[in-house]
Ligand binder design. Structure first.
Ligand SMILES: [Zn+2]
Length: 179
């Protein structure tokens, strides 16, 4: 960050009084620019004994399979965001069942909230960011072509819940070691 979003002056990186993290601070107007993780919200859309996966039409991970998910917008709840992203990317109209996975990616400053959701009908329609959507039974999931670790984790835990007839919510994280 170079310039203050409030007054346009050059910012300085420093630890504000009473804080313990370096922030971009404006020496002219005093604005402190806090940068915090972004929230990704999405669903595992379930229809009968199948789940709906989306093949990505955009980078990163073009051509890999994922669940419908995207960044939470201002002025919406996590559930609303997950339902909206599911509609935008897959055309599926869903009802949220429960929070399924909360997954932290501290090195890219993201947190995923993935919900289990039931499709109201079997209808779907791939959105602009999706090459195609299709139903998968759990034994058909293309594990080597899944786009993101958070999605892989969510699908694994979905199957684990099915096998044990459980309704558990799971915490996950990806900590990369650079050595
Ligand atoms: Zn300023």
């Amino acid at each position: 960050m170079n310039y203050c979003s409030n007054c346009g002056n050059s910012v300085e990186l420093k630890i504000p009084d009473g804080d313990n993290v370096a922030r971009f601070v404006c020496p002219k107007c005093g604005q402190i620019h806090y940068q915090n993780p972004r929230m990704v919200v999405g669903c595992i859309p379930v229809w009968q004994d199948k789940i709906l996966l989306c093949k990505r039409a955009i980078e990163p991970k073009y051509g890999k399979w994922t669940i419908p998910a995207g960044f939470l917008e201002n002025n919406e709840t996590v559930e609303q965001g997950a339902i909206r992203e599911t509609m935008e990317e897959s055309g599926a109209d869903v009802t949220i069942v429960r929070l399924h996975v909360l997954y932290s990616l501290p090195q890219v400053n993201q947190v995923y909230a993935i919900f289990l959701a039931h499709m109201k009908t079997a209808d779907f329609d791939a959105g602009d960011e999706t090459l195609e959507c299709r139903f998968y039974e759990t034994h058909e999931i293309p594990w080597d072509k899944i786009a993101f670790t958070a999605v892989h984790f969510s699908l694994e835990k979905y199957i684990e819940n099915l096998k044990t007839n459980d309704t558990q919510t799971y915490l996950g994280k990806l900590i990369r070691k650079y050595e």
